[in-house]
Ligand binder design. Sequence first.
Ligand SMILES: Nc1ncnc2c1ncn2[C@@H]1O[C@H](COP(=O)(O)OP(=O)(O)OP(=O)(O)O)[C@@H](O)[C@H]1O
Ligand SMILES: [Mg+2]
Length: 342
Amino acid sequence: MRRIVVVNQKGGCGKTTTAINLASGLALQGRRVLLLDLDPQGHAGLGLGLHTDTIADTIHEVLTGDVSVARAIVHLRENLDIVPSNVVLSGFEQRLAGVPQREYVLARCLLPLQNDYDYLIIDCSPSLGLLTFNALICADEAIIPVDCSAFSLQALRKLFETMALIQEQTGHVLASVILPTNIDLRTTFGRDTVATLTRTFPTQCLPTCIRTSTRLREATQQGKAIVDFDRHCAAAQDYGLLTGAVLKKEARLQSKKSRKKLFTLAAAGTKSVQIAGDFNGWRPEPLRLQECPEGQVWRKSVALVPGSYQYKYLVDGQWLPDPANATTVENSFGSINSLITV
Ligand SMILES: Nc1ncnc2c1ncn2[C@@H]1O[C@H](COP(=O)(O)OP(=O)(O)OP(=O)(O)O)[C@@H](O)[C@H]1O
Ligand SMILES: [Mg+2]
């Protein structure tokens, strides 16, 4: 599960709008998404048509340990669920201050969901209190919406300081990106804001921004994601680009997670060796003959993401299970394949 926090202690800069529309965009692309509202204002649920004030089991009850996180999940649409919040959460930070390991409470509560979703999107409140600390510790990535206001750069610096402090104290590193929001690109001021952000934070500022759009305000008021309200408007296009940018990173993260496995076979009396398996669609690929301390050996290194794979060698045209691997399974041809688990 990729865990993304949408965070900025500056109020009204587009956090909830971004969380709602990114979560909805990812869900429409077939990803299983959990939106988590960590703001007592309860806007993430409201913005998707949920009457959060009357909900009994919210993130507050999850954090206090009164209910399991599974109990607090509300299904919104295909692939999209939410753990809502409401005003009850507002007094919680003071209580949390007395809890041991208080920065890890949220992360612990969410552990059972690790394999249930592809994405966790956390919408934060406009503060840098303990709840936001919990969100920053829980997430791997941060999206920081920044609007045109004069206070935005100052807020951004403070947020980066907080992230640096967390890294120093806990070793937890967050990959953060800046998303310019509510930008009127028709004005010099709007274009200058984007240029300043890009110049000041060249590696972190996303190449895409969210333009000012009345349709976005209307959609939020009606409790709808922008794609459901007006899929052709500028804001829908912009949030589509943001969703695309987030999805593009999936492949890179996936390949980072993969591990190299070295397949080897003693070469004695063999002219050619290939390997085929679940990991390469059973298309035989050649091993290279290499000189090793133990003599000549056929070798091939394959990048495998965690999982189980059946495979076999093709030795001088004959299929052969891996003699160095005792784990085998019967295949549909009545013979056996080797089985490796990464
Ligand atoms: N691109 C945009 N164009 C026009 N209005 C926008 C845009 N993005 C957000 N808004 C509007 O600005 C207001 C604040 O947005 P939003 O609630 O997303 O900010 P927030 O950072 O979550 O606020 P808070 O800090 O209070 O949680 C809302 O009314 C929203 O509809
Ligand atoms: Mg908000």
